[in-house]
Design a protein around this ligand. Structure first.
Ligand SMILES: [Zn+2]
Length: 233
């Protein structure tokens, strides 16, 4: 399956062909739908049949294979035949909020000097857990985040060999989410001059597109664990 969101997360519509369809989900030859993973929710949207009927895609999940994506249709949808040419349409506003929040968590990561032990992206908000003894100052953190947003740093993916990554373990910040491996190369996400780490998610093109950020609660989740909440203002 061709994962179009990897090279172009701004593709909101495309054409695809049905490979298989079952009540458990739909497989296509290519997709713009991001499957839940790395703390980012699966995409939702619509699948358009040749006769104009629109089927709701309520969620997207990873399949068993490395690049397999399962599109989950609303209950009771009539299933298209394999080989059918369909149109795909994302719930773009929702996905774009995921992209903005996801990119903001990379900024947060660059400002906090502690291992990331978990994280979650929601609609308009997100959080990271850090292995950290002391909470950072909230006012300072919000100012620094918005300084990075305003500076409008370029955000882009690039790929390196697994062997090169193995030799540069300092790039791996998130111990709870291992970078996808087994295909010989690993996708890195670079925010120019700010952050570089393996990541398979979807991001905005430049940090200015995130818009103003607010730091929510900073929670103590154990002696060495600080949970930092962010939201789009
Ligand atoms: Zn990312």
């Amino acid at each position: 399956m061709e994962l179009l969101f990897r090279e172009d997360p701004y593709l909101a519509t495309t054409r695809a062909r049905v490979v298989s369809a079952a009540t458990g989900g739909l497989r296509l030859d290519r997709t713009i739908f991001y499957p839940e993973g790395g703390g980012q929710p699966g995409d939702s949207g619509r699948l358009l049949l040749p006769d104009g009927t629109a089927l709701e895609i309520v969620d997207t999940q990873k399949g068993e294979g490395p690049d397999e994506v399962i599109h989950i249709l609303a209950e009771g949808s009539s299933l298209p035949e394999p080989g059918t040419e369909v149109g795909l349409e994302l719930d773009w506003e929702r996905r774009h909020r995921h992209m903005r929040v996801h990119t903001s968590l990379h900024l947060l990561c660059s400002l906090i000097d502690g291992e990331v032990t978990g994280g979650q992206i929601g609609d308009g908000k997100g959080r990271l857990d850090f292995n950290l003894a002391q909470s950072p100052d909230k006012v300072w953190l919000e100012e620094e985040l918005n300084r990075l947003v305003k500076a409008d740093h370029t955000v882009q993916p690039r790929w390196i060999d697994e062997a090169e990554l193995a030799a540069r373990q300092e790039l791996v910040r998130t111990m709870s989410v291992k970078p996808p491996s087994g295909t010989g190369r690993v996708r890195l996400l670079e925010i120019e001059g700010v952050d570089l780490q393996p990541c398979g998610g979807t991001h905005v093109r430049s940090t200015g597109e995130i818009g103003r950020l607010e730091v929510g609660k900073i929670e103590n989740k154990g002696r060495q664990n600080r949970r930092i909440n962010l939201r789009l203002a």
